[in-house]
Ligand binder design. Sequence first.
Ligand code: 26Q
Length: 819
Amino acid sequence: MTETRPAGGFDKEEFKRVVLSNIKYIFRKTRETASPQELFQAVAFAAKDIIIDDWMATHRKYEETDAKTVYYLSMEFLMGRALGNNLINLCCYKEVAEVCAELGLNLNTLEDQEPDAALGNGGLGRLAACFAESLATLNYPAYGCGIRYKYGMFRQEIVNGEQVEKPDEWLKYGNPFEVRRPEYVQEIRFGGYVRIEYDAKLGRNRYIQDGYQSVLAVPYDLPVVGYNNGVVNSLRIWDAEPVVQFNLDSFDKGDYRTAVEQENLAKNIVEVLYPNDNHYSGKELRLKQQYFFVSASLQQVISKFKKTHDDIRLLPEKVVFQLNDTHPTVAVPELMRILLDQEGLEWDDAWDITTRCVAYTNHTIMAEALEKWPVDLFMRLLPRVYQIVDEINRRFNAQIEARYPDQDRKIRSMAILYDGQVRMANMAIAAGFSVNGVARLHTEILKHRELKDFYEMMPEKFNNKTNGITQRRFLLHANPLLAEWVTSKLGTDEWITNLSLLKGLVPLADDSRARKEFYEIKRQNKLRLAAYIKEHNGIDVDPDSIFDVQVKRLHEYKRQLLNIMHIMYLYNQLKANPQMYFYPTTFIFGAKAAAGYKTAKQTIKLINSVADMINNDPAVNQKMKVVFIENYCVSNAEIIFAASDVSEQISTASKEASGTGNMKFMLNGAVTLGTMDGANVEIVEEVGADNAFIFGMSSDEVMGYEANGGYDPREIYNNDPDIHRVLDQMVDGTYTGGNTETFRELFNSLLDKDVYFNLKDFRSYAEARARVNETYGKDSKKWSRMALLNVACSGKFSSDRTIEEYVRDIWHLEKVQIV
Ligand code: 26Q
């Protein structure tokens, strides 16, 4: 279905020859003796051979045209697997599948050998990956800059209903797509002190960092293949190596200690991704990671720029840095440091350049996610950078005071240094020329509440960029049956690069044959997921039941707890009233909890305990099943979205900045059951309120209660017997074989404050979910119509659209034609 390769075409016989030669020369094996992993690698290396020429041509062209380039600075890139998507974007997926078949191999099975590149937690990291892919597909010069963590997001196992974290050894067998680039090595300095020296020649002070420890940053490039356009951009991830190999001859104690320390620094710094999502932890190592990759990226960009330009003042014409949340905000003082100390610029010139090169994206309003570094830690680790932060702060405060004389409150809310802390968001906003939220509602909340003072002082910086997802991965690769169907119905596959064309499917919603075909595809995908669940969980699920799915990071604000409480309620109902109308439903969860997040881990345990009980109760298990899919990650997500009927997007209104899973479900024909939060608002706007199930308090109501110290959950508990019973069942041993303490903290948090309004929204949720059940069960025509319209109206949520908006409003890049 994908087009065949342009420029040179694809030579099947040649590809087969290369695969066989790889098996022999890389692994010293034959087709028959090679392991599945080796076979995967042999094919991956053959694919890389195809990529290499385009990759080199792309960068030659970028240099020739001296095109402006965006550097997307991100602590996280949740890329998932590369082989399948690279082949799709090279337009040779089908041909490679044929070659594999001729060799007696199955391409899908080989793809399953590839570990996910899980260098991210959730939404923010996956967004970076979608953006990288869209940038390449849209012919824009771009680099992703990040960290080559030795261990990515942990692998989750469920043991006795509880999450156990296992190391993610994604590099165990090597990564066939990466290229080490030692020629771009950079030195990164930590600690020590700053010596001030008067330079008579310059006629001013020079600031010299002494007594520091260094590490070497060595980049590895991963190809980011554009769809059918010959573009291959790079994801540049930095590894750390010690400056000098440990010197055993050294008898000098000082040298010996420094050598050991530097070796340890290098080893620790890129060891592991912090598994926190939407939660700050003020760990020194995290700040080291941030400075490490930011400094390496900036140094390299500047030295590259200087090779072809002699006026550093022109940097903003050629370079823009996008900060993916505050995590890389140390780029602001680091760029200043390079311009001041290395390039010898005056403050005002350096500041002018910096502020025209840096833009900031905010991904959350959750207070606990705000990065604030203790001043003493910051100062100790980055003494020179801290001096610059101090000066940025001094000047920014002067600006605030000039604008708002005698209004201390403004300094309190906007200063960068306050209360012994470095407030990274404030620095990003003060220095960035653009500040954007990630969905319309989110940006409005930033402007009028969270960042109100900043917005009032500098409204021109604020703008919205509603998130998006790449249809190449989340439809074309994840759901080949639906992709094929869409192409045949539209009579073109141009939707692959222009998702708004899906609108052309709208008339089919009233065509009963089309609806039937459409739902038969959903059924096929449900069979595929059922097989996955059988293999990985050992549970049989009914493909004709409703697949009602909540997959996302586990967080209280996302309210997996509301979902499972409602399932407990339904179970009570069904037991008490076996004759009641209920269409069989499979409730599916997938979620990782941050390793130290107790409430989240208890919620996982509760879901699994309820699942155990229900799945083994013959009185109900023909009607309902609960499945917790272990190790939710990009590769199994692709299977899950394609198979879903109901998309649970039930965050407390105002808390989910955007959400992107919601878009992936929609694109695959699941109907949203959700609150008016994040991008759900825009999803409903696109598909129409009739084609979604919306419930719960609005963000204004939630924020209204919050302003008044919350609400009283006990009133609901005392007056609603169904809710009362569900809560009591958490602590009366019903689901724990008698143990009353397992879920005590969950119970207490619900009754004490219930800061996420679980009880308050419960009835409204139950009512909406009953409508879901009725509609699916009694009006399949209406359901399939709704599902189909969701696909047809999902065009806005392509990351191609998002990227074009970033380019138009923030980055101002030009497309570069490669072929
Ligand atoms: C910060 C400090 C120390 C350690 C970890 C962190 C940290 C790590 C990850 C803080 C936040 C994150 C991730 C946030 C995130 O994924 N946010 C999500 O971003 C998506 C893309 O914009 C949105 O769709 C989601 O709504 C938002 O929750």
